[in-house]
Every structure is written in C-alpha cells, then in structure tokens.
Write a protein that binds this ligand. Structure first.
Ligand code: ADE
Ligand code: ZN
Ligand code: ZN
Length: 305
C-alpha cells in the first residue's frame, strides 16, 4: 500500500479552490520552464524545506492552509467576485468587486508581490508570499474565480459525464481531467504530477500564449496587471463559461461533457498556458528586483511551514 506523505494528507482536504491539483501543478511546471537562473535560485532557496517540495507542491500550499487556524481569512484571496450580469454583460470593477477589508485575488497578488522582495520580512514570510503567488496567478486564470454569480458557479449543479457536479468544480477539475485522459476523481499525487509535467511540456512546445502575454510583467504595477488578467478571465464568462445561460447549464438533459466540453478545451489550454507564462515572467521580474535590492541568498535554510 502506498504510504501518503504529509503533503498528500494535507491535500486530502476535499474543497479545492481554483484550478484543481492538475491545473495548479501544470501552471507551476510550465512557469518553471521560463525561469531565469536567478528566478530558479529564488524559488529553490525560498521553497527549500525538509519535505523536498518542487515548485508545483509550493503552488498547492495556499489551498492546503486555508482551512487551518490562522489562515481562514485567506479564503477570500482566491477569487474576485465580479458583480456583473452574465451572460449578457461581463466586467470587473476593482472598487465594486474587491472589498478593502477582506481583499480579493487582485489585491492579494499585489500585496504578495511586494512581500516576496520585502527585506524587512522574515524569510518564512517571504516564502509564504511566494507560495501564495504561485497559487493565485494560477487561480486568477480560472474564469469562475472572477465571477460572483452563484458563488462563482459553486451553486450551479450540472450534469457532467452523467454525474451531478457543480459548474465551478467542472472548470476547476473535471474539464482538465477529461482533456488529459484522467479519471474524474483521480487524486494520486504521483499520477497528477506526471500528467501535469506532460501537459506543461506540450504547452511549452506549442508556445501558445507567448505572443499574447508579452505585456504585463512590471512587478511595481502588480495591481494593474492582476486586474487585466482578471478582466481577461471574466470576459470568458460571457464568451464561453456561462454563454448557454444558467437554465440550459442546469438542465440535467444537457451533458456538459459533450459539445460544451469541446468548446471549453481550447479556452482551458490557453488559460493554463497564459498562467504558466505569466507566472514565469513574474518570478523572473521578482528575481531581478531582488538582486537589485541586494538580498543575500541564504542557501538551504529549512523553514517549516
Ligand atoms: N466563493 C465565492 N465566490 C467564489 C468564486 N468566484 N470562486 C471561488 N469561490 C468562491
Ligand atoms: Zn485557490
Ligand atoms: Zn476554484
């Protein structure tokens, strides 16, 4: 019998926000392919710990901790609830949709971008900031993480492959699993890591998103960049995710694993590719800024999170 490690146990928490494990690991592995040597060192040094995590394990940490004592408030940072009117009208309005107290994914990306390179913070805090970024730059590319309606589709129950699923989970996990030939409930870390590595390699080879995302990589304007990414994801809500209308989606006679899935495939491929490329560029910019700030690299320090 396979003995689960500590991380596998943490990941067994059922509610996954954002892309599921496959999506997050793929974004992280793809980003890794674009890293400069300075960024690669930054990730290796900050993530270094006694569990031997790779970058994709670091990208899952934010989901694992949000139910832990002291981290409950971080749940709101995984999304921005755009109060628009899909499928008729989609838009994100920062002032309307990101409440200053709890914050949202856009403000979280902005805050944690600043914190990774904040020399006044303990290394543990910088490490947490990095892991939040690895996760949130993935999440912001899941369209339903930029939509208020029915709690980002969590309350829309649909038929996917003759099972009742919620639309949010369909987009977090089920479409990606079907695309990559995985079983609906595939949860084995080793299987998902391998599937993510293969998907990342394919996206890297296809280089699908390169031209589209040469733009936002200025870490000093993180809020502006994150808002642009959120707006892009939110536009897919009207153009694809909720396009057939909530009533059609809820109708159990319509199996979303059919034509709806076929239409979603290129969108998911594009969004995961963009997330990986953008995360890679972001980490490269952070590493460059960190060198300028005169950070001393503390090799191999083991910080328990
Ligand atoms: N909870 C409330 N809104 C949500 C969203 N857009 N995505 C994920 N979880 C949510
Ligand atoms: Zn998340
Ligand atoms: Zn989600």
């Amino acid at each position: 019998m396979r003995v689960p490690n500590a991380f596998a146990l943490l990941c067994a928490i059922p509610a996954v926000h954002g892309w599921g494990e496959l999506g997050h690991r793929t974004v992280a592995y793809l980003a890794e392919k674009y890293l400069s040597s300075a960024a690669s060192d930054l990730v290796d040094n900050l993530l270094a710990n006694n569990r031997g995590w790779d970058i994709s394990d670091g990208a899952l940490w934010a989901d694992a901790v949000k139910h832990r004592r002291g981290y409950n408030h971080t749940g709101k940072w995984h999304y921005i609830d755009a109060a628009d009117d899909p499928p008729r009208y989609c838009n994100v309005n920062y002032r309307r949709d990101c409440k200053p107290g709890p914050g949202c994914i856009v403000s979280a990306i902005s805050n944690f971008t600043a914190r990774v390179n904040d020399a006044s913070l303990a290394q543990k805090q910088q490490k947490e900031a990095l892991m939040f970024l690895l996760h949130f730059i993935g999440d912001i590319h899941q369209p339903l993480h930029t939509e208020l309606l029915d709690r980002g589709g969590n309350d829309i129950h649909v038929n996917f492959s003759n099972r009742v699923e919620n639309l949010h989970a369909v987009w977090d996990t089920h479409i990606a699993h079907k695309m990559r030939g995985l079983k609906a409930k595939e949860g084995d870390d080793a299987v998902l890591k391998e599937a993510a590595a293969v998907w990342a390699e394919e996206l890297y080879a296809a280089n699908e998103a390169t031209v589209a995302v040469a733009e936002c990589r200025d870490v000093s304007t993180a809020e502006k960049c994150a808002l642009e990414w959120a707006e892009e994801g939110n536009a897919w809500i009207c153009d694809n995710v909720l396009k057939p209308g909530v009533e059609w989606l809820k109708d159990r006679r319509n199996d979303l694993a059919g034509e709806y899935f076929d239409d979603a495939v290129p969108v998911v491929d594009e969004l995961v590719a963009k997330a990986g490329l953008r995360l890679g560029a972001w980490l490269n910019a952070l590493a460059a800024g960190r060198e300028c700030a005169g950070f001393v690299v503390q090799e191999g320090e083991r910080i328990e999170i």
